[in-house]
Design a protein around this ligand. Structure first.
Ligand code: ZN
Ligand code: ZN
Length: 392
């Protein structure tokens, strides 16, 4: 089986590089992936799939039918959107759309999804259950996965696999992470409402700036004393607005920030915990407050069995020395987690680093991909799909 996968992948390699470069040169912003989706659907149709378009706004879904429709499906999810960044590379296939760039490697993800669909079509195996290819829009704005789920793509799905490129892992190597891969990322807005007054007569006013300063300090201190330090939380207030004049006591201050956490229990406690701290600071001084806590995407928690399946497949394909266990999670966010509310899943990291040149980070205008990563990514997913029903 593996030899066949390897042979097909090697044969397809020039075509896959061509696809990736085409996608790279034609990036589209989140929710506007019309050309990309049409291109993906075109490739899938040419392989004999019957892709559904305009799923989750601009997403594409295609199934490889299984022998038993009652068997749960295995889904493979890749994302298609680019970022509002002006590409600063001199690549011959650099972005042709000014101010838009595939700086997060989603061009590679889409190629990997298509390449896996090509291999599975050519293998033409009697799969026990359906294999579903999900090409998702708008990952960068953390909306696309919800759109896809709302349109029913997780109906009948028993497990889901995903992939993300990673510049600090050498090209073609694979990073495996057991447990938490990325963080939950929520938005926080706190309005402190005091009472205005003369700057010389603070006792007649309620100083919202002074109280806001204490709210920020107390939140940061309390994080270290009231949360399990093995369950990290990062709270960053990135914006603060308030006050009208140097000699007028401010009656309102607005604080906005982002809250990142890894452990689901900690994540669930955060809104009430923040409110307790803010209330405890405001009440003695008579200030009022309003808190708007907006949950973003949850943390990606990789399922142990599916993670082991991808690890075993990658090791067999690449050799153990090219498969690394990732020891630390990231506090970045990834909306792959939204699918995990519906089925267990696992996402692996695909190394796209260069040995001989430093690679700028994701979302950088000079970000580049080592294309040696494309075949290992495809072979790992195809092999995992072949083995999934037999080992589930
Ligand atoms: Zn990104
Ligand atoms: Zn990304």
């Amino acid at each position: 089986m593996l030899d066949r996968i390897r042979a097909i992948a090697t044969k397809l390699s020039p075509r896959l590089i061509e696809i990736r470069r085409h996608l790279h040169s034609q990036p589209e912003l989140s929710g506007q992936e019309y050309q990309t989706a049409a291109y993906v659907a075109g490739v899938l149709s040419s392989l004999g799939y019957k892709p559904q378009e305009l799923v989750g706004k601009t997403g594409v879904v295609a199934d490889l039918p299984g022998q038993n429709p009652d068997q749960g499906a295995l889904a493979i999810r890749t994302d298609m959107d680019a970022l509002p960044i002006r590409e600063l590379s001199d690549l011959p296939f650099a972005s042709q759309k000014r101010g838009v760039m595939h700086a997060c490697g989603h061009d590679v993800h889409t190629t990997v999804g298509l390449g896996t669909a090509m291999i599975m079509a050519e293998l033409d195996l009697p799969l026990p259950g359906p294999l579903r290819f999900i090409f998702q829009p708008a990952e960068e704005t953390a909306q696309g996965a919800r759109w896809m789920v709302a349109d029913g793509v997780m109906a009948g799905v028993a497990a889901i696999l995903g992939v993300h490129v990673y510049p600090s892992i050498p090209g073609g190597n694979i990073g495996i992470r057991y447990g938490a891969l990325t963080a939950a990322a929520d938005d926080l807005e706190i309005m402190i409402v005091g009472e205005s007054g003369h700057g010389a007569r603070p006792h007649e006013a309620i100083d919202a700036i002074w109280i806001a300063a204490q709210v920020i300090t107390t939140l940061q201190q309390a994080i270290s004393r009231t949360h399990n330090p093995l369950h990290p939380v990062v709270l960053t207030i990135g914006q603060i607005q308030g006050g009208r004049a140097p000699n007028v006591i401010a009656d309102q201050v607005k604080l906005t920030g982002t809250v990142r956490s890894l452990h689901p229990d900690t994540h669930a406690e955060l809104p009430a915990w923040i409110e307790r701290i803010v209330a405890g600071v405001c009440q003695p001084y008579g200030a009022k407050y309003e808190i708007n806590y907006r949950p973003g995407v949850p943390s990606v928690q990789n399922d142990p069995n599916l993670t082991q399946l991808t690890a075993l497949c990658a090791e067999e394909i690449l050799g153990q020395d090219q498969v690394q266990i990732i020891l630390e999670p990231s506090l970045g966010a990834e909306d792959f987690s939204v699918y995990l509310d519906h089925a267990p899943g696992s996402m692996f990291r695909l190394g796209v680093g260069f040995v001989d040149q430093p690679n700028p980070p994701l979302h950088h205008p000079k970000f580049q991909v080592n294309e040696a990563a494309i075949l290992p990514g495809i072979m790992t997913l195809a092999y995992a799909a072949c083995r999934y029903w037999h080992e589930a």
